[in-house]
Design a protein around this ligand. Structure first.
Ligand code: GLP
Length: 251
């Protein structure tokens, strides 16, 4: 496990954007796993800016998003499909037909989850998975208690996640209580994992995930078993790591 601590969230986002650009530069037909939420917004902004400056081609990429709310169609402005279009896909030369997000409006969420899992396998798995971390250390929508070998499936969101994400729903919009998420087992099969966590609100989740031992109560702690994982933090998110861990850190 490699931990990189940057002075600011902007610097951490820039470092992650560089990792993604490096990946797609090295392998044009990479398969990327992508997150939503507030954390990666800075990364996507950097990628848009780089693209405007002629850096990075998305033409041969395939992407799989981590999760989607059940009950929201891709046209719904609060859907993660709409988020991806607004923040990245609508701004770069990506083939939209190779951008995949679980279909939140599917009639049967479990059937959709199984289809999504098979589709990832059909593309040969994910080369690089970018992850955020919930305040309760959830990854994707794998809430505490999720088995570390779980697959893509329908899940119920915890009250703390509903509260944390309420801010993304304008007044009057119905906030879904369930989602389809890649499983922890699905995520662990990705060849490379990059986690981005910024801000003091993530410091406890980061420390609980990094310190181990792996526990189902702390979904992020499953990641420490992965052979190729880089965790990128700002100083605030790294605040609860102790000396033994910070000795391993790279500036
Ligand atoms: C959300 C998403 C996750 C995300 C996490 C953190 O609920 N499902 O994929 O990483 O919670 O969100 P944020 O970056 O807004 O703090």
């Amino acid at each position: 496990m490699k931990i990189i601590v940057k002075d600011s969230a902007a610097d951490a986002s820039a470092a992650v954007a560089d990792m993604l650009l490096q990946q797609i530069g090295k392998k044009q037909d990479s398969v990327l796993g992508l997150p939503t939420g507030g954390t990666p917004l800075g990364v996507y902004a950097r990628l848009r800016e780089a693209y405007r400056n002629g850096q990075g081609s998305y033409k041969f990429l395939t992407t799989f998003n981590l999760d989607e709310y059940i009950g929201l169609s891709s046209n719904d402005p609060e859907s993660y499909a709409a988020y991806m279009l607004e923040n990245l896909f609508g701004h770069v030369n990506i083939d939209i037909s190779r951008t995949h997000v679980p279909r939140g409006s599917a009639l049967d969420a479990e059937t959709e989850a199984a289809r999504y899992e098979s589709l990832i396998a059909a593309y040969g798995g994910i080369d690089l998975m970018l992850l955020g971390l919930g305040r309760n250390a959830h990854i994707g929508f794998n809430e505490p208690g999720s088995p570390h070998n779980s697959r893509t499936r329908r899940v119920a969101l915890t009250q703390s996640t509903l509260d944390a994400n309420a801010a993304y729903f304008p007044a009057g919009a119905v906030q879904p209580s369930h989602a389809i998420t890649m499983g922890i087992g699905t995520i662990l099969e990705c060849r490379k994992i990059v986690v981005l966590a910024t801000g003091q609100g993530k410091a406890d989740a980061v420390a609980a995930s990094v310190k181990g031992p792996p526990s189902e109560d702390v979904p992020g702690s499953a990641l420490i078993r992965h052979a190729d994982i880089t965790i990128v933090l700002d100083r605030a998110a790294a605040a609860n790591l102790d000396y033994a861990q910070t000795r391993e850190l790279e500036a």
